[in-house]
Design a protein around this ligand. Sequence first.
Ligand code: ADP
Ligand code: MG
Length: 529
Amino acid sequence: MLAGQPIIILRENVERTRGFEAQRSNIMAAKAIAAAVRTTLGPRGMDKMLVSSSGDVVITNDGATILHEMSVQHPGGKLVVEVAETQDDEVGDGTTTATVLVGSLMEQAEALLAQEVHPTIIAHGYQLGMERALAILDELAITAGFDDRENLIKIAGTAMTGKSIEAVKDKISGMVVDAVRQVATETAPGIYVVDEDDIKIKTQVGDSMDDAELIRGIVIDKKRVFEQMPDAVTDAKVALLAQPLEVTKTQVKSKIKITSSDQMKAFNEQERESLKKLADQIVASGANVVLCQKGIADAVQYYLAKAGIYAIEDVKEDDMKFAAKALCGSIVNKPEELNEATLGRAEAAEEVPDADLTVISGCENPKAVTILLRGTSQLLLDELERAVYDAARVVQDAVEDGKFVVGGASVETELQTRIRDYAATVGGRAQLAIEAFANAFEVIPRTLAENSGFDTIDKVVALRKAHADGAKYAGLDVYTGEIVDMQKAGVIEPQRVKTQAIKSATETAMLLVRVDDMMITQGGKPGAQ
Ligand code: ADP
Ligand code: MG
């Protein structure tokens, strides 16, 4: 008789959570992750200091970086982290916004579940709300063309605010915009595409942040290998070599058994000849600059210097590839393979005085630029680099789409207002879910106000009133607490940052809310809990 005997269908090491408990678990995870990053939102957000298990320290305000370093284990939580990662991959900014938005959508869902609104109705309402939100964004978006340098600079600036680099924001914003415009390709009239790999960001510890430079060309963090070489050459013809400029042991030494001093002399002579030949081949090719990925033997350095050639050894593979692209040359293994076609070309190559840097400028391919950042510490430079990267990405978004929206919580407040109006026209239970969706956007003004030290209720109410009165660009001035026109204040962001954040946050919330059964196999992967 089976009565009373449980039927076991799951393995013993599977932990099962069902029904309300499963929903609650995912809601809690989403809220916890959102709470972890929300204090960093906006220009007055705080930074986090993260220490990895190997002891590396990162100080950052960047949502994606924080979540990456946190190594979240909860399965629902991992999906939320993925929202931030996708946001980072797709648009390069808005990671905190997207994460905070999922948290808020899940919080709203929690309240709906408590009112016994069924998960499928919630998901349906969220879907309708999202479609409406994207349509409203289209309506609100303002056109900014490729030539609109001023607005592009504002977009870059908005992406960089709050990243402890305020002092140099304007200068660097301009550099980023010029860099992106330089590498953009017009594929059809008015349509641009940008390959982000054409922009290289280099950092150098030492000088002040204000010494950042935009270089129309490449920068290699090495100086010439030998003092006797020229420190600059013009009309550069660049040999790109992957193999060492040395005589390898197997080529000579193992074959020779030295028994007398004459033989020793002969051997040295032979080695010297081989090395000279390498240098001669380079000279014969017409090159006056050598970038070698490996080492250059002293004798070769000597002959190259004699021929007035500027050479660098141990160039990183990454830099070699970028150089090949920028200089329109190709990387070869041996000097004998050098010729007109494999040599790269640029107007000049020169060493930067007092720095271990070589700059090759006026490259054959004008679509290669380097942003050279300087700063007093590596920690600072890392954060600056992340900020510049974000800024380059948003300018790319704006150049490619030609559309921006107004930030400082203005667009979120407008969305909340308009989607609530829309919900009222729908009626029934779906109305509740659409309203909840609309209200989820309030997390942005609330968090911006909170992070800036203002009374959240006051500011949210004031913002709502301004929007109800028709001020669709009204947002929060995070420095004074006043409600101002954010377009006039220059706080603008690419439309793509918001559409992506809304899409992936909503889709993830819809996915999570429908889960009512979780089966977690214990001890599967290492580190799983
Ligand atoms: P994210 O990771 O989402 O990009 P940020 O910390 O960069 O997070 O904050 C972005 C938010 O800060 C956006 O809502 C943006 O509109 C707002 N913001 C940026 N600059 C300003 C500003 N000067 N005044 C008010 N809000 C701003
Ligand atoms: Mg940002």
